[in-house]
Design a protein around this ligand. Structure first.
Ligand SMILES: [Zn+2]
Length: 336
């Protein structure tokens, strides 16, 4: 809080710091900054009097004025945050751009908030040494920060294995463990479900799942039941976000439910005919689960999040892992 604002970027960064609710220490620091700016202004005025060039003099005065304005603005923003932080969460649409957008906005009905752990249940591993490309499925409003799941609660999931191919009984659990390891997010398998909904699935289904967000659905389907699986599409996945407004006037979004729909017959065929068999089949599930936790596609055939499968790429690569790591470090939302 004692920057000297050497550039416009510095100023902007400092202004943005004002958007969160300040702690007592930050309010004191901001006050000190105001006093310091006043002192700087006085000293600069003295210096300016000694400078003969009128042009230079005007520039200096303008710079001082900007510093003072930033400090005042930051304090006002802090006060606004205090009065707005308790407003009720509002719901609206955020959805992922997985292979096929599957989500319907949970507008309207929603479960009672159920805070769980006050701290994240897990932590992602260190970032890989190599670089690599990744993209997020959706972003926080006006920022490059991704929408993610709340790391303070487990991601619960159910499986509909109507079209589960022979030989892949362990595939979903294995893929879930790998996504969990790469993100630090914790998953809880709730067992089997008869739910068979794909695109447009409701994130809140009290009749089926009770007063809570519907668990993530992993559905082994087929192209007759799910027309979106016709042709080369082996699966799709994504999550539904809840937008929460009222925190310092900034909307924040968090995923609350999601789904993966898998083409059972096609993935069974991959298992039987692909030289990499089981690894290639599991890679489809892994790719779709990565959409669920918030990764989008990258046009890079070395990454698992390439939109089309590539022979030999059956595990997350460095870019995928960097993205998954960030998705495991989302904010906790006790109000969902
Ligand atoms: Zn995809």
């Amino acid at each position: 809080m004692s920057e000297d604002f050497e550039s416009a970027e510095d100023l902007r960064a400092w202004v943005e710091q004002g958007y969160h609710e300040p702690s007592a220490a930050e309010r004191v620091a901001a006050r000190q900054q105001t006093l310091r700016a006043t002192e700087l202004e006085r000293r600069l005025e003295d210096e300016i009097d000694e400078i003969e060039l009128g042009v230079r003099r005007r520039r200096r005065r303008r710079r001082v004025a900007v510093i003072a304005w930033v400090v005042v603005f930051a304090l006002i923003a802090g006060l606004l945050a205090r009065s707005l932080v308790r407003s009720d969460p509002a719901t609206s649409a955020v959805w992922s751009s997985g292979d096929v957008t599957q989500a319907r906005s949970p507008v309207g009905a929603r479960p009672e908030p159920s805070p769980e752990s006050p701290t994240p249940l897990g932590r992602p591993p260190a970032a890989p040494l190599e670089s690599g490309r990744y993209q997020f499925a959706s972003f926080q409003e006006g920022s490059e920060e991704p929408v993610a799941y709340d790391p303070c609660r487990p991601i619960r999931y159910v499986v509909n294995d109507t079209d589960l191919p022979d030989g892949l009984d362990e595939t979903v659990e294995s893929a879930v463990r790998r996504v969990s390891a790469a993100t630090g997010l914790q998953f809880v398998r709730e067992g089997a479900t008869g739910e068979a909904t794909g695109i447009g699935r409701d994130a809140f289904q009290p009749d089926r799942y009770g007063d809570r967000w519907a668990p993530v659905l992993i559905w082994w389907s087929n192209p007759d039941a799910t027309p979106e699986l016709e042709g080369p599409v082996a699966g799709f996945g994504g999550s539904v976000g809840l937008e929460i407004t009222g925190i310092a006037q900034r909307a924040r979004s968090v995923y609350v439910s999601g789904s993966v729909v898998l083409d059972g017959p096609q993935i069974g065929e991959i298992l039987r005919t692909d030289p990499e068999g089981e690894a290639a089949a599991e890679a489809v599930v892994l790719h779709e689960l990565a959409h669920v936790v918030g990764l989008g596609h990258v046009d890079d055939p070395t990454q698992l999040m390439n939109p089309e499968s590539v022979r030999g790429v059956t595990d997350f690569a460095a870019g995928d892992r960097r993205g998954l790591r960030e998705l495991g470090m989302g904010e906790c939302f006790p109000q969902i």
